[in-house]
Design a protein around this ligand. Structure first.
Ligand SMILES: Nc1nc2c(c(=O)[nH]1)N[C@H]1C(S)=C(S)[C@@H](COP(=O)(O)O)O[C@H]1N2
Ligand SMILES: [Mo]
Length: 311
């Protein structure tokens, strides 16, 4: 059995994976199943979140199980295999934890994550579409990023928002190794994308504190963009006038991964088609929808832009 190139991200890692498979160490099934020696994909359980209200929009599509959501991950700080985060992310230290919000705003502030957990929380069931052509349906618990940005009062010069995620070198086996992508993982949004009501800061899944492999204690979720935009384990949010450099568009995948990265079935990745996707847990592939099915809500943000040019 061969692993499709679309399961893997940058070319160097794809080639390394092929070497690994050539050793006969694993088959394609290893992408979906936990390795032997680990209890059958036991879902980790975190503290229950209080007072989470149902929020809109939420899809009524079948949700992926907590088991699937926590055993098929991309979190390169813990390794590049889909089960590496489940195996290693327990080492991530999530307390004490602060998120610095700074830059072009009237009242920059460092938030303790336990104060962020006191924001009014809602459940949003969103599709997550990875650029590698797989997808899931995840019930996030969180609050709009706009609610946090409102607290620091962005100035009129705040045109973009830069996101930086945690680096705990001693706890993250994927950081600093040979061929690893550069860390910290950097992402960015335009200010109107950041303020859009769909854009969430997630602190939980299925009503429990976020599992570490999904980006505990707090992560970004931007459901109309490829999954790499949804940065995990945030430590810094910076409002700025200029478009920030981002890991995948500038350092790792080069021209393969754009700053905008809106889900678009008509623009292929240089190495695979984006027309279809595999929902984790399902066998046949389904059509990918423009803006991952959120076009009604977000298309207007890009009026007048050539979305091929601005991938
Ligand atoms: N810090 C950090 N955030 C990250 C990544 C990562 O490697 N490091 N991977 C991204 C990618 S490619 C995807 S598809 C999603 C996966 O989220 P999930 O594992 O919770 O499904 O996280 C994104 N956020
Ligand atoms: Mo991804």
């Amino acid at each position: 059995m061969r692993v499709r190139s679309s399961e893997i991200t940058p070319r160097s890692l794809y080639l390394r994976r092929r070497e690994f498979l050539a050793l006969g160490a694993a088959g394609a099934g290893a992408l979906l199943l936990p390795r032997s020696g680990h209890a059958a994909a036991e879902a980790p359980h975190g503290r229950k979140l209080e007072g989470v209200k149902p929020g809109q929009p939420s899809t009524d599509e079948k949700k992926n199980s907590l088991e699937e959501i926590t055993h098929y991950n991309n979190f390169y700080e813990f390794g590049t295999d889909k089960d590496d985060p489940a195996r290693h992310a327990s080492k991530l230290q999530t307390r004490p934890w602060t998120v610095k919000v700074e830059g072009e705003c009237k009242s920059p502030k460092t938030f303790d994550v336990d104060d962020l957990l006191k924001f009014p929380l809602e459940e949003r069931v969103y599709r997550l579409r990875c650029v590698e052509a797989w997808s899931m349906v995840i019930p996030w618990d969180g609050f709009p990023l706009a609610a946090l940005l409102d607290k620091v009062q962005p100035t009129s010069r705040a045109k973009y928002v830069a996101f930086e995620t945690a680096v705990q070198k001693e706890n993250m086996p994927g950081v600093g190794g040979f061929g690893a992508i550069p860390f910290p993982y950097l992402e960015g949004l335009r200010i109107d994308e950041a303020m859009h009501p769909l854009t969430l800061l997630a602190v939980g899944i299925y009503g429990e504190e976020l599992p570490k492999q999904d980006g505990a204690p707090i992560r970004l979720v931007v459901p109309w963009k490829y999954g790499f935009k949804s940065a995990k384990s945030l430590v810094r949010i910076r409002l700025q006038e200029t478009q920030p450099p981002t890991t995948w568009s500038q350092y790792a995948g080069g021209s393969e991964y754009g700053f905008y990265a809106n889900v678009n079935p008509d623009v292929d990745h240089p190495r695979w088609s984006q027309a279809k996707e595999r929902r984790i847990g399902e066998f046949s592939r389904r059509k990918t929808l423009p803006f991952n099915g959120y076009a009604d809500q977000v298309e207007k943000l890009y009026a007048g832009m050539d979305l091929r040019k601005f991938f």
